[in-house]
Design a protein around this ligand. Sequence first.
Ligand code: XMP
Length: 509
Amino acid sequence: MNNGIIILDFGSQYNQLIARRIRELGVYSEVLPFNTSLEDILARNPSGIILSGGPSSVNAEDAHLVDKALFEKGIPVLGICYGMQLTTHLLGGKVKKGEKGEYGKAKFEIQKSNSLLSGISRFSTVWMSHFDEVETAPEGFAINGTTDVISAISDESKKIYCVQFHPEVSHTEEGARMIENFVFNICKAPKDWKLTNYIDKTVAEIKEKVGDQKVILGLSGGVDSSVAAVLIHKAIGNQLQCIFVDTGLLRKDEAEKVMKNYGEHFHLNIKLIDAKERFMAKLKGVSDPEEKRKIIGNEFVVVFDEESHKIEGAKFLAQGTIYPDVIESQSVKGPSAVIKSHHNVGGLPEEMDFELLEPLRELFKDEVRKVGEELGIPHHLVHRHPFPGPGLGIRILGDIDEEKVKILQEADDIFIEELYKNNLYEKVSQAFVVLLPVKSVGVMGDERTYEYTAVVRSANTTDFMTATFSKFPWEFLENISNRIINEVKGINRIAYDISSKPPATIEWE
Ligand code: XMP
């Protein structure tokens, strides 16, 4: 690592946001579990260290602590929320249980400014989320600001700064300025995180690592695997062999589009496997969602395994793993507060005897998109909504057959087309149609109809853990409904899903 900023993860949901804010400033930042050894931290030669928030209490018996020597290395430290309480606790101050805690917006007043608060208004709004509070600051620390409680302390001589609120969230009005002050004025971190450098560096690394060996990659048509494929192809050309499995549960014309967009346009070597019948046969009569997931996931692995073994001399398996996946998997060892339950069904078993190649594992999603565009992938392809591994298999409720797949593909395609036409596609996070196993009566011309009901679903979210339904204009929904009912044979009624997550989920199964 290149003198970037290390964030130690105590389980706050905002850790990734801090790292992204810093990277947006052009400075490298990485998130490490709180129990990373001091030796490993120092080996990375960081310009600064941020101790993040977290759900526990420093006074608890099994509190998450760090080696106190961390504060004695001359490296600037910023403690945020739990990080402030931890610093206080370790350096001899006192942290007590609050009476009611502070959650949400609070008025922050600066009593005595410091380098972190330089240029910040005397009164500003900050975002709080804590129960414990600092009662007495450690010796040598100044109290710089308050809300209802002590909210900012520092020992400038030791370059240790703490805030009780979260400067990384946008509700903290002047938080961005505080992060800039820390990164540039206090840590003097080098501004050398540029995605074009990342591409050049990664291309060189792939060349070096792969040599003249072959690499296999499971291309799904999604953003991550596509960007990974184009990046690897830039490094080693036709030594990359992509495998695209058509499960029969993909969006309309997906296989043709992938062959055209990436095969023809980027000259990727793609082996298209038509496994539609195999998947359909395995799924026949199965209606339980988890069982469908399992069947689709297993069958995918079997097909991929068969095909990859037909490719002689392949030594590497490339995957589009991105940084949030890495953080989530490493925080399993730490105090993870991450509650993600889904594994990507495209995921492959570890016992495959390939060496892994994961060229995007340092990047956040928005960075992956920028890399994709930098590599020449069209904007609309790198901004596609996520699509679940089991695909339409979990968007056709109950049992699946080819006719239902066809109906759903047509309906979904109309919805997506209208979203693009009305400039709404990128204003929502994930949009699709769900086919219910429910028939209802309708009338078309003089005829009575008895056909399926489809649900139009669109969610807005930043992290997919919580979401709200998209508030479209009635005219837009009316047009979607008219078009689907008129153009798709088999559907005579449309409902719009107005549930939030929680308690509903984004998908219906
Ligand atoms: P839910 O429905 O849980 O979905 O609110 C959150 C996000 O996860 C995606 N999702 C899946 N992705 N395999 C996947 O690869 C799955 O089994 C799966 N189930 C849900 C969903 O599309 C949304 O983006």
